[in-house]
Design a protein around this ligand. Sequence first.
Ligand SMILES: [Mn+2]
Length: 301
Amino acid sequence: MGHREEQRPRDGVLSCTLDPPGRRAGDVPSVSEGPIACERREERGPFDIIGDVHGCYDELVELLGKLGYRLEQRQGAGPRAYPPPGRKAVFVGDLVDRGPDVAGVLELVMAMVEAGQALAVLGNHDYKLLRALRGRNVKIAHGLQHSLQQLGAQPAGFRAQVADFLAGLPTYYILDEGRLVVAHAGLKEELQGKASARARGFALFGETTGETDAYGLPVRLDWAQHYHGRALVVHGHVAVLEPRWVNNTIDIDTGCVFGGALTALRYPELELFQVPAHRTYYEPIRPLGPPVPMETQAEHA
Ligand SMILES: [Mn+2]
């Protein structure tokens, strides 16, 4: 009901940023400065897709090193990371909140995206931080206070840069001639290629039943169990103990900020790289989910 699918703009570029809102009307700032293509079918990779970082800067730098990226500390400017020739990093979102160095992560990732060495999609935490930075009335919880404190110690110009960066991120990417979809919370087959509020909302928040569990958290529907799409969907959002293959989807949020690990998936090789968290930065409200039984995993698991 009421899932209106918007038309593609005249120029054929599919806008999948958050304007208009995917959630409550009037609750979202106008963040789009024009259509942002989330279809990058011509980008064939190879990619290094990186799970939820949540301000875990040291682990991110270590993971990039493992993946063969060259780190360079610059005088009077933030660090830079250069991918091996031909490769590109893709961040699944939730760069911010809960962790120890949100500003460091943002500075590094923003420079990589600006240089064309990385792509990033918006996560629900990034989205909420954007709203807070834009002066919206946001409940300060779930680690947002860490981002605001850390960014509060930075120059106002940096905060403005961060807001512009986050506002420009799409909610998902379609890559490699449609063979690869990267979305923070995943994306059902029927929503892939859609610019609708429903598609954007799903990519950011996933699908919930509207009920809450014993921990007071929303009960999620496990869309991946019913996924039969041809595109591989790489996502994060739900922290799991081990990268979780279900059908043609993989969850690579292994809860680094909760003391788990930061995970990368090399595509198309489908090799996993991990860096264990240096410590537990934030206690999860509910325990991390167990891996899914082997029989539901895809053949390439
Ligand atoms: Mn998330």
